[in-house]
Write a protein that binds this ligand. Structure first.
Ligand code: SF4
Ligand code: SF4
Length: 335
């Protein structure tokens, strides 16, 4: 068996006695003995190491709806798996106990890709969702798992900060992405999460253009990224990609360094949903609330309810395959 503490990272180059990581746009310059910004790349004297390879900090079985994927195999279960580390630093991170630590400071259990596959078989899970911390920084492990598990569907809940080379490889093996758009103003975005908005928008466009199922999640933070102008510009940008991309407006909950910012009022989420629908988006949802009727998938052609939802429960009885059971319109669904 390979030395699990020395799995070589992909996407880096050597320079001036150090390494430059080329996995994401943070472009970390890492000297031997140091870690990159995400805490998952360690420089040894001779190679850059994927330090979190196979090290699992969290594992659970969830409804796919919990991943903000409403048009991907609705009413399915997935195995949710996470490690540690993240290439952003969101001021509100609810998973900071996973995201902001390096392996060694957080308890994690090693599972080889084969062992993870075995677990899928035991639990009868046909979908694995890489989530909790940022999956992009687990690139090597996800690719190795995909290689040995071609019959397992892979989905990523991601911040979208990844260079195009690795993204291209992921698009070959990932079945669905839920990508977070953290703001639609460049300065706010940078301040909130320490990454460039333009890089995330490019990822989303590339995923869509490569034909992989994609849904977008916008966490609405009161007084920070929720102006009418910002929400309208975001919705307009989505429409330029496609009016059929599902959009989720999610509720902010105070955490980490933003404990003084209030919970998003439900009325505000409903206003964002209205803006999305006025813009002409076909599928706009409101997350983390238990409001009736706002999370259903309505056929844009005939107005029939195709999938009824409340919380994380979904009833897809209005679907016929990936189409509306009543009028036959394609609903941008993967079944
Ligand atoms: S993956 Fe991590 S080490 Fe590599 S550039 Fe991004 S933040 Fe830096
Ligand atoms: S991208 Fe996600 S995991 Fe990373 S810091 Fe932001 S909220 Fe936390």
């Amino acid at each position: 068996m390979a030395n699990i503490d020395r799995v070589e990272a992909r996407y880096y180059r050597r320079t001036e006695g150090a390494f430059v990581c080329e996995l994401c746009q943070q472009k970390c310059f890492i000297r031997p003995g140091e870690f990159g910004y995400c805490g998952t790349r360690r420089a040894d004297e001779d190679i850059l190491v994927s330090n979190s390879y196979g090290k699992i900090s969290s594992l659970s079985v969830d409804p796919i709806e919990r991943m903000n994927l409403y048009h991907y195999r609705p009413h399915s279960k997935c195995l949710s798996v996470g490690s540690v580390g993240c290439n952003m630093n969101c001021q509100y991170c609810r998973n900071y106990s996973f995201a902001k630590l390096t392996i060694g400071k957080k308890r994690a259990t090693y599972k080889s890709p084969e062992e993870l596959l075995e677990m899928c078989r035991e639990e009868d899970m046909g979908i694995v969702c890489f989530t909790y911390n940022e999956p992009m920084v687990w690139f090597e492990y996800i690719m190795d798992f995909a290689r040995i598990a071609p019959d397992v569907h892979i989905v990523l809940m991601t911040n979208g900060l990844v260079n195009d080379g690795p993204l291209r490889e992921l698009c070959e093996v990932v079945d669905a992405f839920c990508i977070d758009i953290k703001a639609f103003d460049r300065t706010t975005h940078k301040r909130l999460c320490e990454a460039e908005l333009s890089e995330i928008l490019a990822t989303a466009r590339n995923v869509f253009d490569r034909g992989v199922h994609m849904e977008l999640n916008y966490l609405v933070i009161p007084g920070v990224n929720d102006s009418e102008d910002e929400i309208r510009r975001f919705c307009g940008w989505v429409k330029e990609i496609s009016e059929d991309v599902p959009v989720h407006f999610s509720r902010f909950q105070p955490d980490y360094q933003m404990r003084d910012t209030p919970l998003t009022p439900v009325e505000e989420l409903l206003r964002c949903r209205e803006i999305g629908m006025e813009t002409g988006l076909n599928y706009v949802y409101v997350g983390n609330t238990l409001v009736d009727d706002v999370d259903d998938t309505i056929c844009p052609e005939c107005g029939e309810i195709a999938v009824r939802r409340l919380g994380y429960s979904a009833n897809p009885s209005g679907l016929d395959g990936d189409r509306c059971a009543k009028c036959g319109r394609h609903l941008h669904m993967v079944r």
